[in-house]
Ligand binder design. Structure first.
Ligand code: TMP
Ligand code: ZN
Length: 399
């Protein structure tokens, strides 16, 4: 295919077969569903990693139901972002802030005490309504040059634009960045946060790959992208949030000093983002899928009961790409009321609440392996000492 960032030809690095969208849980077990390929491509020219096939943003986001949880981990992360922005003098009481993909407005709520005014932009209508009801002004639009012109007219320029976990979710990063350039004030900044591709490939987190995640950014590819919009990467740093993310800070002003961290990232990425490490990643991903299927099928044959734990989006990539379905695993436990009673896309496994009356299984497959310690503690504290846990990533092990 042609790279969506720089138009050079790309190379296929991983094929995970086809899956329905990872968050499309169904109400019944036999509701029709459409699957789309999950094929990952790498552009040796600009370093970009992206999905070959894009789903329309309207399909994915207009009726999006995921609301950011209230979590102490996320609140601490918001405070770190705010301290950073203040220290760098990017944020002060005179700053106008626009957040793209602002969801219910938790981060803007905190920023509103530090800035002169805030505006959220989020295409999910019900979620934008909820933000407005809670006092965070939010427009229910995709952030593109049309909505940006309207913001410019009705609201004015932004000194700071925040785009957390949404740039990589968009088929047209060029559209989003062109729109950002339209409304940024002179000397303005853009803060972007996303999963970091180096973590994904080094930790064999192939389950992070699903249709919502269109792009897998690095400092190398982000610099290339920003450069095409008259912006410059001035800083980048890692954070443990969402299983390992990276914060990119860009400026529209050429005169800004660039942190030495940017060059350090570029140097290390030059030796990590190579054809051979992508091949290793693909090989190890394949091994996990095969080992996991063999283990689960073998346990079923031996008459063991296996349930999933955590109806996460990445769990659906794991199950579907390993060809594990309700024949092998009848139930997945999840604490989210909205998911309970529904069926996982593709595998059609029924989601049941924690502490449901179903008999405890012999094994839980930890599809939400990023919460390993938390979940095992919870199960043991509930009095279950017998069930063992299958941890799938970075390689299959039973604990
Ligand atoms: P996430 O990795 O996308 O945050 O998804 C994790 C899923 O796991 C989410 O649907 C909630 C679920 N979960 C539980 O059911 N129990 C738990 O104790 C934890 C930590 C998560
Ligand atoms: Zn490219």
């Amino acid at each position: 295919m042609t790279c969506r960032i720089c138009q050079a030809p790309t190379t296929e690095i991983l094929d995970l077969g086809s899956s329905p969208p990872a968050n499309a849980l169904t109400v019944t077990a036999d509701e029709p569903q459409t699957s789309y390929p999950l094929v990952v491509e790498w552009c040796p020219s600009c370093g970009n990693v992206q999905l070959r096939d894009a789903l329309s943003a309207d399909v994915l986001y207009r009726d999006y139901l995921y609301t950011t949880p209230r979590s102490p981990t996320l609140d601490a992360h918001y405070d770190i972002l705010i301290s950073y922005l203040r220290m760098k003098e990017i944020l002060n009481r005179g700053t106008s802030v626009v957040e793209i993909g602002s969801n219910v407005g938790h981060f803007l709520g905190r920023l509103s005490h530090e800035a002169s005014r805030v505006l959220g932009v989020d295409p999910a209508r019900e979620i934008a309504d909820e933000a407005n009801r809670s006092g965070i002004p939010t427009i229910a639009e995709f952030f593109d040059s049309v909505s940006a012109r309207r913001i410019l007219q009705d609201w004015g320029r932004a000194d700071l634009i925040v785009a957390r976990h949404c740039l990589a979710h968009n088929e047209s990063p060029h559209e989003m960045l062109a729109a950002a350039a339209l409304i940024l004030a002179e000397g303005g900044h853009l803060l972007i946060e996303n999963a970091y591709v180096v973590n994904t490939i080094e930790n064999i987190e192939f389950d992070q790959i699903y249709h919502e995640h269109m792009f897998y950014y690095s400092v190398t590819s982000m610099s290339a992208l920003l450069g095409q919009h008259g912006m410059r990467l001035v800083d980048a740093w890692l954070t443990p949030v969402h299983g390992g993310s990276i914060v990119f800070v860009a400026s529209v002003d050429d005169g800004q000093t660039v942190s030495s961290r940017v060059d350090e990232f570029l140097t290390s990425e030059a030796s990590i983002l190579t054809a051979s490490s992508f091949a290793r990643f693909a090989g190890r991903s394949h091994t996990v899928r095969k080992d996991l299927r063999d283990l689960v099928v073998g346990l079923r044959r031996a008459g063991k009961r296996v349930y999933g734990y955590g109806a996460s989006a990445k769990g659906n990539t794991l199950l579907n790409s390993s060809a594990i379905s309700r024949e092998h695993i009848p139930y997945t436990v999840d604490s989210t009321p909205m998911k309970q009673g529904r069926f996982l896309p593709g595998s059609r496994i029924e989601v049941i609440p924690e502490g449901s009356s179903h008999p405890a299984p012999d094994y839980y497959l930890l599809t939400a392996w990023n919460y390993e310690a938390e979940i095992i503690r919870k199960v043991r504290d509930g009095g279950n000492r017998a069930t063992r846990f299958i941890v799938p990533i970075p390689s299959v092990r039973v604990v």
